[in-house]
Design a protein around this ligand. Sequence first.
Ligand SMILES: [Zn+2]
Length: 291
Amino acid sequence: MSVVNAKEIMVEAAKHKYAIGAFNVTNIHQMEAVVEAAVEKNSPLIIQTSVKPSKVLGRQVMVAVYRTLAEAAPIPICLHLDHCTDMDYCKKCADAGYTNIMIDASKQTYDENIRQTKEVVDYCHSVGDISVEGELGTVSGVEDQIKVAEDEAALANPVQAVEFVERTGVDIFAPAIGTAHGVYKTKNPKIDFERMGKIHQMLNGNGIKVPLVVHGGTGLPEDYIKKLIEMGGAKFNVSTELKHILIDATYTYIADHRDEYDPGKIDAAARDAIRHAVGHWIDMLGSAGKA
Ligand SMILES: [Zn+2]
């Protein structure tokens, strides 16, 4: 158990209609918090880092902490590199020991996206048991969410999605369906559930082959989350919410204990807040007890 790639735990999730949280971390305390929450809930887990923190802390450090935590935990855990647009850095992280790599060439032309994604897939499969995530269409920032959600051309085309998956050999797939990064500006963001369901049906209708990823988890209403899981979503990326919690919890602790100079207590306050939020997500995604 313990050190796994994303695909193997997502196939199980998609089969049994639950999803796995991919929780964004920027430091070691958050990594511990996320693992503690998943262990408490007996849930499979994906830890994700963006490119920047993996460069700041160092990919080898990230992997060393991940492996140490994962090998001691009684649950399967994947370490995922999120939205990497640089093929070389994707390969470096695969070499370092990340177990899921997202090559995000979605801003390139369709053919170039296929070329880059396939190159990373071929590399990752040749060096180890590493799954690769590709993206098709535009996952926008929340500023553009409505515009993108209403623009057919910005969303993943189901026929192209099937071709993309076949030509790249990608293991897990993130179709743009209108979700966005950041905090949604409305309580009811426009999401193309039908498109998600259609892509899932076309790819996985005869058995789960390429599980689907939902980006922009922060702020999605719970009924949307349930519906997206029903439509095939097997991994939800949660980043912005955890960054807000980290900063708010740190700020509150310091404001309430202005005369105290004990960094460990600040870290502990942030860790507790993150653990609590991750536990809530695990309950919403239905992955508790599935480790
Ligand atoms: Zn994303």
